[in-house]
Design a protein around this ligand. Structure first.
Ligand code: NAP
Length: 245
């Protein structure tokens, strides 16, 4: 509305078996594009006519655009994350040593690929299913560690930024992701969860004096990048930010 574009952004719940039919229907109805979320990001990538190189490497898309009858898939989660880190902490992702928890999930994979693309000074991957972290680490020339408190403790001593890409922390009853005593004031801690706005991890990190950021900035920037894909113009970032507040 702010840009006076006579279109709507609406939510649709699509069952996994209906994804292909839904994409055909949105093409027929002359949608400009779509954002795709859980659980469709991988399946949608396989239904695209074209993927950009980054989305192809990840094997998952969150942003689709219809272009002269072709369905083009992109992944704006990764670049949205890089912009979020720059905005939250005033530093470029590439200069940081990063520990990523939940590297095997949809968002985690996109973030891992983005860290590799940014040539992070160090990239350490952890995932509950450890084979996923090992496979991805091999692909990205990163380091994989065990999903254990001891492994987290050693890794934390040698990183600048810790990222939670698991859903752990969405519920009050969730066990703590990292032992609070391991968190230090010189760490940057980013949780991609945005509901609640302050997870236990962020609370513990703030209590330790660390700088913290939550997933609202990533949500904002992946959305702004999607807007740019659909409309070939800069996104009204401040209006979008205010809408999320
Ligand atoms: P996903 O593909 O289902 O991945 C979930 C990840 O979390 C996997 O690595 C999984 O490990 C791990 N995990 C799940 N439960 C766990 C537990 N109890 N203990 C340890 N690890 C656990 O989900 P996703 O799409 O990546 O989303 C993950 C979270 O990020 C959600 O909270 C979502 O809302 C949020 N998100 C935020 C943004 C944003 O813009 N801020 C964007 C996307 C997602 P395994 O591989 O071992 O199962």
């Amino acid at each position: 509305a702010h840009c006076e574009i006579p279109l709507h952004y609406a939510g649709f719940e699509i069952a996994p078996n209906d994804l292909k039919a839904a994409l055909l229907l949105t093409a027929e109805r002359e949608f400009v594009g779509l954002n795709i979320t859980i659980p469709h990001k991988r399946a949608a990538a396989m239904l695209c006519d074209e993927l950009d190189g980054f989305a192809a490497a990840i094997g998952a898309v969150n942003c689709l655009r219809f272009d002269h009858g072709k369905l083009i898939g992109r992944n704006t989660d990764g670049p949205g994350f890089a912009r979020a880190i720059a905005e939250e902490f005033g530093v470029e992702l590439g200069g940081l040593r990063v520990l990523l928890l939940g590297a095997g999930g949809g968002a985690g994979r996109a973030i891992a690929h983005e860290c590799a693309r940014a040539r992070c000074a160090k990239l350490v991957l952890a995932n509950r299913d450890e084979t996923k972290a090992r496979d991805l680490a091999q692909q990205l020339a990163a380091e994989a560690i065990r999903w254990s408190d001891d492994a987290f403790a050693s890794a934390l001593a040698e990183v600048d930024l810790v990222v939670n890409a698991t859903p752990l922390g969405m519920k009050d009853t969730d066990e703590p992701l990292i032992d609070a005593t391991l968190l230090r004031r010189d760490l940057l801690v980013y949780d991609i969860i945005y509901e609640p706005v302050r997870t236990r991890l962020l609370d513990d990190a703030a209590n330790a004096g660390a700088r913290i950021g939550n997933g609202l900035s990533m949500l904002l920037h992946q959305g702004a990048l999607s807007f740019e894909q659909w409309f070939d113009r800069a996104a009204p970032i401040d209006v979008m930010r205010a809408a999320l507040a």
